[in-house]
Design a binder for this molecule. Structure first.
Ligand SMILES: [Zn+2]
Length: 85
């Protein structure tokens, strides 16, 4: 096991975030992110299930902040889809 080994993930098309396949993977990645935390960095403190990619994302936001951001993303996606159509 090396320090650089990365928890398997893909990239969520909706949020652009890393998406983990299970809450176990998310927890592992969360522990890793906190272990290598730098003072100047915002560190992920929790993970949540994403309905769009059916995976798990890490976040440093509170639930409230996250919900507000999710609404924003939905709006942005709507605009993007409309401009394509
Ligand atoms: Zn997602």
């Amino acid at each position: 096991m090396t320090k650089h080994c990365v928890v398997a993930h893909r990239i969520c098309r909706t949020t652009g975030k890393r998406s983990f396949f299970s809450d176990r993977d998310a927890r592992k990645a969360l522990g890793r992110a906190q272990a290598k935390r730098e003072k100047w960095q915002r560190t992920e403190t929790r993970y949540y299930h994403c309905r769009d990619c059916d995976g798990y994302h890490l976040t440093s936001q509170s639930r409230q902040e996250h919900d507000a951001a999710a609404v924003l993303w939905q709006e942005l996606r709507k605009i993007a889809e409309e401009s394509v159509a």
